[in-house]
Ligand binder design. Sequence first.
Ligand SMILES: Cc1cc2nc3c(=O)[nH]c(=O)nc-3n(C[C@H](O)[C@H](O)[C@H](O)COP(=O)(O)O)c2cc1C
Length: 493
Amino acid sequence: MKKEERRIQASDLSPEDRVNALGDLRALIELSRRRGALEDIHGADPHLEVGALYELSLRDSYPPLLLFDELKGFGAGKRILMNARFSDIFTGEVSLDGLRKFRASRNKRAGIPPVVVSHGPVLENVQRDDDVDISIFPAAKWHEHDGGAYIGTEVLVIARDPDTGWTNIGTYRVQVQDKKTVSVFIEPGKHGSLIREKWWAQGKHCPMVVCVGQAPVLGMVAGTTLKYGECEFDAAGARLGKPVEVIEGELTGLPIPATAEIAFEGFMPPPSEETRPEGPFAEWPGYYATNAHPEPVVRIGRVYYRNDPILLGQPPAKPTFPGRQPSFAGMAALWDALENAGVPGVKGVWKPLGGGVRFVNVISIEQLFQGHAKMAGLVATGAGPGAYLGRITIVVDEDIDITNPAEVMWALATRWDPKTQTDIIDGCYSGYIDPVVSPEKRAANDITSSRIIIYAVKPWSWREQFPRVNTVEQSYSSAIEAKWKSKLNFLQT
Ligand SMILES: Cc1cc2nc3c(=O)[nH]c(=O)nc-3n(C[C@H](O)[C@H](O)[C@H](O)COP(=O)(O)O)c2cc1C
């Protein structure tokens, strides 16, 4: 089937089909299979082969879902699904207009809290205490130099603030340590890290749920920076227009999605009590920046899973692959943060391919007053969704098409005076996966790096004298195009 034929645009779907696909992994699979947007792959080896096939799929801008069954060593019915997060259905049209629509639909509803139910497919199979054995699931070794098998890549790590009762979900990688133990790598400052530290400060083990197969909407909200104190279950409910159904874990009482494919429950002791070597792991910036190092573990006391469970896989890959177009969620979150901080005139936020969801932020504004561009650049660099690993922020005028790298390059080349229109800020929020944090800084426990803010805008004070742009005026160009249409057929694709 040709690429164009298997693309499922969000706009091709009825609202009902869209909500079903977002809120139910198996509905997404059925829909994608029906539309030719899914490849069934039988007999692959979870040791490196699945990871390599996944990386090959990213050569396509709209990779199909990959559903692996009969994995080597696991037989039929223990499946891995990949590319669910980047399904075309959720991305929509990759344009600023597509992002505006995404933002509008995302922001139109207030959060809807989850509802607790007593039954759910996740309870079809339960392992308790001595019976716990997560080796029955096909955790893959994704990349050659990874330190082991990672069961959690597109994963929910659910924890509750012991003081406020706020439930947080974050996506943090989860490595198999043994049949009953996993390690979780959480960068400092992430909400899951702040919460577990509160439990440890009270002398307690942190209760945790790790869910490794679930509705796509949950993965989407878990991997996006929401406000501190905002619950991802509520955000997922808002996107679905109905509450997410959860059961309560037998040991921790934490919410577990009732339709989850596979979820574990247990407790994370403080590092002073137990750590295990974690990593190295091929990370999304495109490097192995973290060597094997000690990380806290979850001691698993319960495992819940559906019949024929599906493990979700979304391992990192170099952010230059066409299939790794940064998701709208990160761009929308940064745009919201700018507006919430009171920055007016924001016309667009974009993250170009190559910078992943973090490194490069491009912001277009309609300059309204002196210092406005600086306000936008500083807020984007410091705001929650922009701070962590937000290496380069470029502010441009509204006439620049920020989705076109050539336009952004042109703004840099022609409106940016490096000496007078640049801020460099040291000591900013970074993480262990940042390749430029030197071995010396790591040894000194200084996990920070610098930022550059580039104001590639017409300088406010002499903007009226800034040279006129050399391009045919839009309305005249359209009129001429209509008049000479028959001579311009070569422009049709
Ligand atoms: C597929 C995927 C894997 C991720 N892996 C990690 C990870 O291993 N550690 C980490 O700290 N953040 C990781 N992140 C980023 C966090 O999920 C993201 O920063 C999120 O906002 C964290 O939730 P929190 O804001 O509630 O802490 C990952 C994101 C995605 C989408």
